[in-house]
Ligand binder design. Structure first.
Ligand code: IPM
Ligand code: MG
Length: 356
């Protein structure tokens, strides 16, 4: 197969981790007889430096013309003084919105090799951690109106959180369908005791639940969910939730699995074109030092093969190679543990390639 991949190296550690993921994709192409063509896209801080804006229209066009997009990470202190509308993160949100990627899928799975790196007690970890956060990605407070005004001698800021029924229904269906492919359990997380958006969310989810009697459905308030994720993560299979709650809970979920550096994600809308990125940020403190963990990005490339390109064997091969590198005791700094060998970003890439 021929696939045209839009590649956003981004800022901070982005170029380093994407570099390793592309080496892996090249090896996959060679082994399985595919051709992957890469189109470089400027987005984030680097695009602000070069073009004055975080996502120039021509860059979005190129992403829309691709078969899928691979992204490292964007942002950094260099652009902190940019006006809100021109921050690197705005580029990411415009990309998600512009591509219509409403469904963000973030797996929280404990790699057995990393059990010791989890901050949770062994008695909790040994019950297993294997759940998915399905996060609504292009609605809610992220995409509502934002304003800051002067009134009565002080500033007042407002962010609007809005959801329409169809936005809830389409992500709700993804939650149920995903649960059907897993352990048939869906937890919908909201704040229905306070928010109107959550009460609407819950009503739509209950309506959908009747169509999926084979899925064990429950509601959970977001504050309780934050607590349950550290108290007993084994109770979760699929969590479906709105944009902001999903942002927060997915960071929490990643941490209990040992390292946020390991977690990939997919963002999809209608059709097979997706955006694949590790869930961590651009880590400016270690940028350019060859210390970053490339695994979240490499596993994102595996997800791209699986979900956008219908290449399950290729995805399996990448994931198995990551397993072997971890089995061999290789660790980047973020997940280093006693008895393991500290390796650089490129050495981790070398090892994974050698197992492919
Ligand atoms: C994420 C990130 C982004 C988000 C930021 C960089 C805008 O935290 O992908 O989780 O909040 O969605
Ligand atoms: Mg986040």
């Amino acid at each position: 197969m021929n696939k045209n991949i839009a590649v956003i190296r981004g800022d901070g550690i982005g170029p380093e981790i994407v570099g390793q993921a592309l080496r892996v994709l090249d090896k996959i192409a060679e082994t399985f007889g595919h051709t992957f063509t890469y189109t470089d896209i400027d987005m984030g801080g680097n695009a602000i430096d070069k073009w004055g804006e975080p996502l120039p229209a021509a860059m979005l066009e190129k992403c829309l013309a691709s078969d899928s997009v691979l992204l490292g990470a964007v942002g950094g202190p260099k652009w902190d003084s940019q006006p809100a509308a021109n921050r690197p993160e705005k580029g990411l949100l415009a990309l998600r919105g512009g591509m219509g990627l409403y469904s963000n899928n973030r797996p929280a799975k404990l790699w057995p090799q990393l059990a010791a790196a989890s901050p949770l007690k062994p008695s909790i970890v040994e019950n297993g951690i294997d759940f998915l956060v399905v996060r609504e990605l292009i609605g809610g407070v992220y995409f509502g109106d934002h304003s800051t005004v002067e009134a009565d001698g002080e500033k007042k800021a407002t962010d609007i959180m809005a959801y329409a029924e169809h936005e809830i229904e389409r992500i709700g269906r993804i939650g149920f369908e995903t649960a059907r492919k897993r352990r048939h359990k869906l937890t919908s997380v909201d704040k229905a005791n306070v928010l109107d958006t959550s009460r609407l969310w819950r009503a739509v989810m209950h309506r959908l639940a009747e169509e999926y009697p084979d899925v064990e459905y429950s509601d959970m308030l977001v504050d309780n969910a934050a607590m349950q994720i550290v108290k007993d993560p084994s109770q979760f299979d699929v969590i479906v939730t709105e944009n902001l709650f999903g942002d927060i809970l997915s960071d929490e979920a990643s941490m209990i699995t040992g390292s946020i550096g390991m977690i990939p994600s997919s963002s999809l809308g209608e059709g097979s074109r997706g955006l694949y990125e590790p869930i961590h940020g651009s880590a400016p403190d270690i940028a350019g030092q060859n210390k970053a963990n490339p695994i979240g990005t490499i596993l994102s490339a595996a997800m791209m093969c699986r979900y956008s390109f219908d290449m399950p064997a290729e995805a399996d091969a990448i994931e198995q190679a990551v397993h072997k590198a971890l089995d061999a005791g290789l660790r980047t700094g973020d997940m280093m543990a006693d008895g393991c060998r500290l390796v650089s970003c490129t050495e981790m890439g070398d090892a994974i390639l050698s197992y492919l």
